[in-house]
Design a protein. Structure first.
Length: 106
């Protein structure tokens, strides 16, 4: 008689069936998306827009920490004056910060 009662107990313990096992995984993925993936995508989109908008006379800071003023912009690189008469060429992807000429430098 216990064997007839056992399936009813198992169904009552897990009313969602096999789907109940996946709900925590779906919840974890949702939390990761909202708090990690989505903000990172927004930051990357802003960074790409900043790099695309770099222009002559903008103040830049590279990911290596070098400060300079842009003197020439190419398709993939910028030429920046880092000191009086000293110019260095950087890849656009190495730029960490761009302050437009019209914006006051920090």
């Amino acid at each position: 008689m216990e064997t007839l009662f056992l399936p009813a107990v198992q169904q009552a313990a897990n009313p969602l069936g096999g789907m109940g096992l996946f709900l925590p995984l779906i919840g974890i993925f949702l939390v990761f998306y909202l708090f990690i993936i989505r903000p990172q995508q927004k930051r990357e989109k802003q960074r790409k827009a900043m790099i695309a908008a770099v222009a002559k006379d903008d103040r830049i800071i590279t990911s290596g920490g070098i400060h300079g003023i842009v003197t020439k912009v190419d398709e993939t690189s910028v030429l920046a004056e880092v000191s009086s008469g000293v110019k260095l060429r950087f890849e656009k992807n190495s730029l960490a910060n761009v302050n437009p000429k019209s914006q006051k430098a920090n």
